[in-house]
Design a protein around this ligand. Structure first.
Ligand SMILES: [Mn+2]
Length: 416
């Protein structure tokens, strides 16, 4: 029969001693298992390839730093700010000629807590790949960042480039008002708005300015690389959700479109575009009643088209852009509410009878003005009258004829 050992301590000691390696193996395999789990989670989240996962596996650093910008900040810091990028333009772009008296441009970057290396690469790519005589200046609008490196360190770094100016907003204003602040002091004839996590490709600027030169009411956008290959254009779906869609086949055939031809674009993505400065202000810039971010691309797109302008994507102008899984910026107020409120303003001013379609697609609660105050619209409605802008029906018929827009008279939710 089994009897309890007299000296528990020795047994305990021996057991622990011999089992220690076993414990360690269990411990490390657990750690490895957890890392793998994280890896697959990342793959699931980011939908990236397995190699990226292995990198993550090897360098925990990546994980640690991901949240600084919601992308691979670790990798970004390894890449030189002046790196060469492959010329991704359609082949014939290099032979295109532009006028030699193109207007000058001010490039405006707005940022909040942008990653150091990414911001620098954005600025360097503009400095390196824009003809000096066309680049009046670069304005960096710091929308009240909290990161220390974006203060004196940034001032000092940028002081070596006389063309770069930094404007600092005392309070967080959001993208829309930050851009207006930059535009207000710009000296170039054309405003070029860019995100602060981009890389301009060779010859990116000239084709944009050429379009404005040909017609000051043209608002050209570069191809945003990664998301939209050639022949994609920006569109919207109800309730004013931005998306990408190919140019319809019959339009390509009818106009005999080449890969280098500008693409008429019902809605711009909003991040990257050039616009004649005077024209921008003639259009009333952005509706100053819009908050922070969201809906401003719809507003300016409808305004441009309906009030006599045009939005185009220029296949020969290419700018790379880092797409992030989520927007890393904090909204001063509730994000959802801010965007909804902005969109309601846009709908009220620009959509005419079609605003019912907007509200009908899940935004009925916005009709209750007691719940959501969308602010005063008098100025915006006056502006639309003053500019003699066309109707939203005209826009749909002429700019976006392939959009399905049944005007519903019946009350209730629209399905599908
Ligand atoms: Mn962006």
């Amino acid at each position: 029969q089994y009897t309890m050992p007299t000296c528990n301590f020795i047994y305990f000691f021996l057991l622990t001693f011999f089992l220690l390696p076993f414990y360690l193996i269990v411990y490390f395999s657990l750690v490895i298992f957890l890392k793998l789990l994280l890896c697959f989670h990342l793959i699931y989240l980011r939908n990236r390839c397995v190699f990226r996962c292995i990198t993550v596996f090897i360098t925990q650093e990546v994980m640690k730093r991901w949240n600084e910008g919601h992308f691979n900040v670790y990798l970004s810091d390894q890449i030189p700010v002046d790196r060469a990028v492959p010329d991704t333009r359609p082949e014939t772009c290099a032979q295109n000629l532009v006028h030699n008296d193109l207007p000058t441009t001010t490039v405006i970057f707005c940022f909040v807590d942008e990653v150091w290396s990414t911001l620098l690469r954005s600025v360097h790519s503009v400095l390196n790949r824009s003809p000096p005589h066309l680049l009046k200046e670069i304005i960096l609008v710091d929308d009240a960042s909290t990161k220390d490196y974006l203060k004196e360190q940034l001032d000092e770094y940028m002081s070596q480039f006389p063309r770069v100016r930094i404007i600092r907003l005392k309070e967080r204003q959001g993208l829309i008002r930050a851009r207006l602040a930059g535009a207000a002091v710009a000296k170039g004839e054309v405003l070029t708005f860019l995100d602060s996590h981009i890389e301009c490709n060779v010859g990116w600027l000239e084709p944009l300015l050429e379009r404005v030169y040909l017609d000051r009411k043209k608002v050209p956008c570069p191809v945003i690389e990664v998301i939209s290959d050639k022949d994609m254009r920006g569109i919207f779906k109800w309730p004013l959700v931005f998306g990408w869609s190919p140019v319809p086949e019959d339009v390509i055939k009818k106009n005999n479109m080449k890969v280098t031809d500008p693409i008429r674009c019902p809605v711009m993505a909003g991040g990257l575009f050039s616009i004649d400065k005077k024209y921008f202000f003639e259009l009333g810039a952005y509706d100053p009643g819009l908050d922070v971010w969201g809906g401003e691309n719809m507003e300016i797109s409808f305004k441009i088209w309906m009030c006599g302008g045009e939005i185009e994507i220029i296949p020969c102008s290419r700018v790379g852009h880092i797409f992030r899984g989520q927007n890393p910026y904090k909204f001063p107020k509730d994000r959802q509410k801010t965007v909804e409120r902005n969109l309601a303003r846009v709908a009220e001013v620009w959509l005419d009878e079609y605003k019912d379609l907007f509200y009908g697609h899940g935004y009925q609660h916005l009709l209750d003005r007691k719940v959501i105050d969308i602010g005063n619209l008098t100025e915006q409605i006056e502006l639309r009258k003053k500019l003699k802008c066309k109707s939203f029906k005209w826009y749909l018929d002429n700019v976006f004829p392939d959009m399905d827009t049944p005007v519903v008279k019946a009350e209730g939710l629209v399905c599908g």
